[in-house]
Ligand binder design. Sequence first.
Ligand SMILES: Nc1nc2c(ncn2[C@@H]2O[C@H](COP(=O)(O)OP(=O)(O)OP(=O)(O)O)[C@@H](O)[C@H]2O)c(=O)[nH]1
Length: 588
Amino acid sequence: MKQISLWGLIVVPFALLATLGGATVYLFSTVTVSNVSDNVGLHYVHEIEARVYDRVTELIEPLNTIAQLNRDALVHHPEYLENLDFLAGRFYEQAVSYPYMTFISLATADGRYVNSTRDPFGSSHHIATNYTTEPNSLEAFYYDPVSFVGARIETEPSFKNYNPTTRPFYQDAVVAGDVVWSSIAPYFGYQSLGVGLSAPIYDQDGKLLGVTATSVALVALDKYLQSINLVDSAYVFLAEQNGDLIASSRKVALFNNDNGVSTRLSLSAHSDQVFQRAGERFAPGTQRIAVDGETFLYHVRPVELPYGQTWYVGVLIPESYYKGILTEYSQAMVLIILLIFVSIALAGSLIARFIGRPILLLNDAVNANSLERIREIPQPLSHVREVNSLGEGLQGMAYKLSDVLQNLEQKVAQRTSHLKDENELLLEQSSTDELTGLYNRRGFNLLSEQALRQAAQFDQSFCIVLCDIDHFKRVNDSHGHSVGDQALIGVAQVLQSHFRAHDIVARYGGEEFMLITVNMSKEDILVRLNSVRQSLITQPVLKDLPITLSFGMTHLTPPIEMDLEALVNDVDAKLYQAKNTGRDKIVG
Ligand SMILES: Nc1nc2c(ncn2[C@@H]2O[C@H](COP(=O)(O)OP(=O)(O)OP(=O)(O)O)[C@@H](O)[C@H]2O)c(=O)[nH]1
């Protein structure tokens, strides 16, 4: 079976997963970026538009509310027209809460005029009338909480022959017979466009009593658009249906005053190319326009105002911005996923290291086939409890095995030595004749070859003698077998006592003895054999029962050339000869 390391088992799958996961997220995010990017862009656009929309309605609402309030009040209380100072105070107080409410005014059908005038840039707020000091003389006055029209403000300019009934705000309202928008135009003396509502006031009989009007400074919207924290290269504007700008996110003069004639700035006449292109393609809805290599998502939304008025808010954002955000987002996702997988792989690698290395160490120690190596395994082996306990278990086992082996070795040594002793005993027993204690035939065979080799090697004489007790059967028959045994033991002792310790004296058969001497002269041997014969006579082994021996003898002098078998046959033949020729003799 194919094997894989623990490290490979943990790290490789996570590395593959990281690659696969990263690639999948990258592909998915790339597709997603292209699919959802426009939605993201539009979402951003709609959010800006909604903010502009809210700001416009917030600015316009009091314009309408106050005009309506004042018209309704005067319709139901035409007697108020008798006290225009009171109305001046009322207008002033109405304007206080609205910083950009530049004018709240009333022009009566008989040409009197009163208003609350507020500087759109916040430097002054006062009352103006054209009747206080002299008819048709438009002058500025402080607000007075008691008399409403307070002291005249000398620093403010005054205008003679001011007849409000000839002014467009009055004329337009009368012609329309209802609330009407003024056209958007610059205020006299102020760098701000303004727009107003004029409401004609009729009594119960339908008779025109005058016109009340409100006006608001559109610089509020211009400032607001410039205050929006737009992304780089994004644009937002507010324009009328004809493309004339009301406000824009780029700070630029929205009108020109040339010798008292004012000209509004239109989108298509804007100095910025993006506004120009937006002006050319100015229509509600979503479009894409390209300017200088940059593509913009362009959306125009109508802002519906009361009395049929519609303005338009336009937003342009560069595609690179929102696509860039999404791409960055998706790249961050890919990076995070890769980081997560790499972290997991690293953690896995550490785990593999914590588990795998100690296991390899254990494996090496076990494979070394040495209990010593296992006993030398460092402790603690690992920070992982299970692996550590495996190491401890193995080490404990190695110690126990060592003890067992040591005991075993001792036992084997003891047993071996015992066996050796037993072997030696057995060997001795197997070479020794039990009855006489002489070598038996096996012992003789073992030693006689060795003696023959020695004599041949060292050029020594070699003598072999075979002797047999004469008529031994009779001994057994007449005295019993155990007496026969005593005779055998006695003869053996006599033979052995007449030869050297290293000479070989063996019981060769029942009552046959074999004798081998090396390096002993024939004469010396004959002397010894005869001495044996003599000893058996003088010192009989059995009382009253003389024992004689017959001998066959072969004595060789160097060089020794006969083998043992031939020598045995030779002495056997000589013994046979001794037996057949009267016994109790030596044939050699
Ligand atoms: N007691 C006793 N007798 C033995 C032993 N081994 C052999 N014999 C006897 O030795 C006798 C040998 O007899 P034979 O072979 O006929 O020879 P012999 O009677 O000695 O006659 P010759 O050799 O011709 O002189 C037998 O009676 C055997 O029973 C033994 O270990 N003990």
